[in-house]
Ligand binder design. Structure first.
Ligand SMILES: Nc1ncnc2c1ncn2[C@@H]1O[C@H](COP(=O)(O)OP(=O)(O)OP(=O)(O)O)[C@@H](O)[C@H]1O
Length: 283
């Protein structure tokens, strides 16, 4: 049997007396999509940060295709190899994008770092196309883009590295609902075309329903329920999962909304717009 793409084995991490992650294990198969849900402070982000390598685990192991990820990369070569295993997309791409660097340049630099022997130009065009950004957006600075467009840039930059796993930490939480649907569709399309695996960290059960095959429900650092997303959402076994579901006013995305967003995604994209500083989104 092939090794799973990603495995977390009994991860533990405490901050003082707080057991932020308390024995978390999961498996993500090649091309799979796993959601980690839970309320605030349940340990989702700490788990994700351990997987990415931004946080060390007190105990346990993260494996990619059966090989343990070293807790620290030694040297440039190992750092790049580690980056190709797991990439992360954060909630607020504004914080992770250099305000002085245009979209095109962001991608060019990433490609030069990881694939110095390849001509970056065709790949830049391919990546922009893959995330639904036109050539106009390619010349723009982050502040000239909408929040949804910036998140597309962050996704394109992560994909440029050709990672085995993409970790998305509340990656659509700051976006308007229609833009969220576009980005989730985009991610679903990418998954159909590549062997990439997704780890979605979210408090939103609608996101989980839309884009994951399996789900873990976390509470106080532990996994209280895990299984196929459709089954867990349809028949939650743990009272905490039921509580989470009951607190969602509209559990899930309806198929019409997804279809409409998919249509929008394939139509010519809006040009870059001036960033107004607010959360409202031009489409
Ligand atoms: N660097 C840190 N120092 C001290 N405590 C921390 C640190 N990081 C996380 N914690 C604590 O660990 C627990 C889990 O936090 P974590 O951010 O992983 O939860 P979460 O489920 O992602 O919550 P949220 O959705 O609010 O981000 C919380 O009690 C948090 O206060």
């Amino acid at each position: 049997m092939p090794e799973p793409l990603l495995q977390a084995v009994d991860l533990r991490r405490s901050f003082g007396t707080v057991h932020a992650v308390d024995g978390v294990s999961f498996t993500l198969p090649e091309g799979g999509s796993l959601g980690i849900v839970g309320g605030s402070g349940s340990g989702k982000t700490t788990t994700a940060r351990i997987v990415v390598g931004l946080e060390h685990a007190d105990a346990g192991e993260v494996r990619v295709r059966g090989r343990a990820r070293p807790s620290r990369a030694r040297g440039r070569k190992q750092r790049l190899a580690r980056a190709r295993e797991v990439q992360m997309v954060f909630q607020d791409p504004y914080l992770s994008l250099d305000p002085r660097t245009g979209v095109d340049q962001v991608l060019r630099e990433t490609l030069r770092l990881h694939f110095p022997d390849r001509d970056p130009e065709p790949r830049i065009r391919e990546l922009l196309d893959q995330v639904g950004l036109g050539t106009r957006a390619a010349d723009a600075l982050p502040r000239q883009l909408s929040g949804g467009q910036r998140q597309r840039v962050a996704i394109a930059r992560a994909l440029a590295v050709e990672p085995a796993v993409l970790v998305l930490d509340e990656a659509v939480a700051a976006l308007d609902v229609s833009v969220q649907a576009q980005i989730l569709n985009l991610l679903a399309d990418i998954r159909e075309r590549t062997p990439i695996g997704y780890l979605f960290i979210t408090h939103d059960l609608g996101v989980v329903q839309c884009v994951t095959d399996e789900v873990l429900v976390m509470r106080h650092g532990s996994v209280v329920e895990a299984g196929a997303t459709a089954e867990v959402l349809a028949a939650p076994q743990h009272p905490y999962t039921r509580l989470l579901l009951d607190s969602v006013p509209h559990p899930g995305w309806n198929p019409d909304r997804i279809a409409a967003a998919r249509q929008e995604l394939t139509s010519p994209l809006a040009q870059p717009t001036q960033h107004t500083g607010g959360r409202s989104e031009p489409t």
